[in-house]
Write a protein that binds this ligand. Structure first.
Ligand code: AMP
Ligand code: ZN
Length: 124
């Protein structure tokens, strides 16, 4: 099995977070999704949503992941409000997935940044 398709990657920092080997500030958890605060937030609300299974990036998803990705995207607005984002349209939030070197990806485990809250933000 390659790292892309194995359930968990021993060298992956986000797999270690899911396993509880590295501490994190949990936002949400179910059987297939984990969400936690970004360690370097650049807005009042900044958390990451990750699948519990190790998928290297958005470049590796396929039809088998449609349900998972749909559930992550429908979960994002609920967690955004729960974490303090103001309601749409005056409030809102940003969902972002850096993918690959040229996409600025630093951690090779699929993750969606959910970023929001009153401006100014450090970035974006
Ligand atoms: P990127 O792969 O470019 O989307 O960036 C990875 C993100 O993970 C960055 O925003 C980091 O601040 C965040 N990050 C890295 N390590 C941790 C950690 N141990 N706990 C929480 N967030 C982290
Ligand atoms: Zn991983």
């Amino acid at each position: 099995m390659t790292a892309t398709h194995s359930h968990s990657d021993l060298d992956c920092i986000f797999c270690k977070i899911i396993a509880g080997k590295i501490p994190s500030k949990k936002v949400y958890e179910d059987e297939e999704i984990y969400a936690f605060h970004d360690i370097h937030p650049w807005a009042p609300v900044h958390f990451l949503m990750i699948p519990k299974t190790h998928i290297a990036s958005l470049a590796q998803v396929g039809d088998v992941h449609r349900g998972l990705l749909g559930r992550m995207m429908t979960l994002a607005p609920k967690l955004a409000l729960q974490e303090g984002c103001n309601p749409y349209p005056q409030g809102g939030f940003r969902v972002l997935s850096n993918t690959g070197d040229e996409g600025g990806q630093e951690v090779q485990h699929l993750h969606f940044h959910v970023i929001g809250g009153p401006r100014p933000w450090l970035k974006g």
